[in-house]
Ligand binder design. Structure first.
Ligand code: HEC
Ligand code: CU
Length: 504
């Protein structure tokens, strides 16, 4: 968390030397190695690497303030103070029933009413006066272990709090960094598995570089009595937790917590900083943003940064700070790249960049044309490209559509259109599909996200844009409509063209 705006690109933050100075040092070293021994034999020429610039003693503690605490994905404002202070933090623990997924509820144990707990932001050398309140309606005692604390248990013993009680202790935030806090009351695993974690940021003395947007995202794994998507109030399942086999892996406490209307929002040209935590209790996250590269990653929430990173590991009980600049527009999808967790267990969030796209940075699909290696001209060409043979009647359309379906849709919607419960809606006998042809065309053309109800079951996931041309969309939908007790409608390329034009 080197806070200087003017860090050279090549400076990894580990040494305070500039490039030029390093070159000079190397040159000197070379001269020293080659020449000095000749002059003064036996004199040591090994030089120790320069240490990071030592900061001067901090100015004394001054004043008092109450910490601003925020719920995810919001982050408290940056600290502008140039001195440490006494900071009061008050956190209230509640045990609340909240949504885990559509139709699925869970009794979360929370630091502040939601998962993750409130984001706490202080400055290095602040003295934090910490009060933990356990709501009288709680069934359990709880406490808090803040990884930012130097002292036994990270404060756990000092804050053991029965329902209807409050406890207090104080600590000095000696080390800058981004730290997880969590409950550490036995059985610890169960308290964490129920959502008892959050992040505390200790800003370095010199502050942090300014960015346009900051967001708070924490991953967690959940173990429920029922399978993924099984409706109703779900209990905690200890066996699955022991096997480390979660039903849900989510960002910010629920499937779809940060998609659709609730996506993270920024604009092209803006710099974005993500404070990413992993509450666990079990899984390590391979954190990745689809279609972006992190310009800087402060691995494990520490003080040094790495540059140009695709995927970064976030340990259970650990964190990372990722920074990126939005160079073009669109949806960028935050995932745990252990990818079944993203698409089948919920670990998926969206960062939406509005504004003008930069076609130099990303052009979008420019063409999709037949690729005919020499000698293969006699093969039949899959009918999902513009230049392929055009279907002239219903039967041809259905045949062509089947090939497109098998290649493009079957993986998610299943070969016979049954879908996958709680993940991919059925196309077989789908009331959603049959009710509105234009809407179905729009879905295949532009993808779909947000909540939809198909045959009485709710889905809230993401169908990607598939980049099919009008002829292919017409054929695949005609095929789908012709099968599995659907309405038998024929969809024509003209109809698809109309829907495509209406969207522009
Ligand atoms: C990567 C997985 C995936 C692929 C590939 C995919 N879909 Fe979907 N589709 C979904 C998801 C997920 C939804 C529900 C989206 C939501 O929850 O908002 C959906 C919704 C739909 C719907 C509306 C709901 C319904 O069941 O009637 C239709 C129609 C549809 N898809 C058709 C298709 C067709 C046709 C193709 C192939 C050309 C296709 N999909 C390819 C995942 C996929
Ligand atoms: Cu607890």
């Amino acid at each position: 968390m080197n806070g200087h705006d003017d860090i050279e690109k090549a400076d990894t933050g580990s040494w305070s030397l500039t490039h030029k100075a390093m070159k000079q040092t190397l040159l000197l070293l070379l001269i020293a190695t080659l020449v000095l021994p000749l002059i003064a034999r036996g004199q040591s020429t090994i030089s120790t690497p320069p240490t990071p610039a030592v900061e001067s003693e901090d100015v004394p503690l001054e004043g008092e303030e109450i910490a601003v605490l925020t719920d995810a994905p919001n982050v408290p404002p940056p600290i502008t103070r140039k001195h440490p202070t006494n900071v009061k933090v008050e956190l209230e623990i509640t045990e609340v029933v909240k949504r885990m997924a559509d139709g699925v509820d869970y009794t979360f144990w929370t630091f502040g009413g939601s998962v993750p707990g409130k984001f706490i932001r202080v400055r290095q050398n602040d003295v934090v006066d910490f009060t933990l309140k356990n709501h009288p309606s709680s069934k359990m005692p709880h406490n808090i272990d803040l990884h930012a604390v130097t002292g036994p248990g990270g404060g756990a013993k000092a804050t053991f709090t029965a329902p209807g009680h409050q406890t207090n202790f104080s600590f000095k935030a000696l080390n800058p960094g981004l730290f997880i806090y969590h409950c550490a009351t036995a059985p610890v695993g169960m308290h964490i598995a129920n959502g008892m974690y959050g992040l505390i940021l200790v800003e370095p003395k010199e502050g942090m570089a300014k960015v346009d947007k900051e967001f708070y995202v924490v991953q967690g794994d959940f173990y429920t009595s029922g399978k993924y998507g099984e409706p109703g109030l779900q209990g905690f399942n200890m066996e699955k937790a022991l096997e480390e086999n979660p039903d849900y892996v989510v960002f910010n406490g629920a499937v779809g917590s940060t998609t659709g209307e609730k996506a993270l929002k920024a604009s092209v040209g803006e710099t974005v900083r993500l404070y990413v935590g992993n509450g666990g209790p079990n899984l390590v996250s391979s954190f990745h943003v689809i279609g972006e590269i992190f310009d800087r990653v402060y691995q494990e929430g520490g003080s040094r940064f790495q540059e140009n990173v695709q995927t970064t590991l976030v340990p259970a009980g650990g964190s990372t700070i990722c920074e990126l600049k939005l160079d073009t527009n669109g949806d960028f999808i935050l995932v745990d790249h252990s990818i079944f967790r993203a698409f089948n267990k919920g670990a998926l969030a969206i960062l939406n960049a509005d504004g003008e796209g930069d076609l130099m940075v990303f052009s979008g699909q420019k063409k999709d044309e037949v690729y005919l290696p020499e000698g293969s001209a006699i093969q039949t060409i899959p009918n999902d490209s513009k230049s392929a043979a055009v279907a002239t009647n219903l039967a041809e359309r259905i045949t062509a559509g089947q090939a497109i379906y098998d290649r493009n849709c079957a993986a998610c919607h299943m070969p016979t259109g049954t879908g996958v419960p709680a993940a991919f809606p059925p196309l077989a006998n789908s009331d959603y599909l049959n009710a509105d042809v234009d809407r179905a065309i729009d879905t295949v053309l532009n993808g779909l996200q947000g909540e939809v109800t198909v045959n009485g079951n709710k889905f809230n996931s993401v169908m990607p844009t598939l980049g099919l041309d009008d002829e292919s969309v017409a054929n695949v939908l005609t095929y789908v409509y012709s099968k599995w007790e659907n309405s038998g409608k024929e969809v024509t390329p003209e109809q698809v063209a109309k829907v495509r034009a209406a969207k522009k």
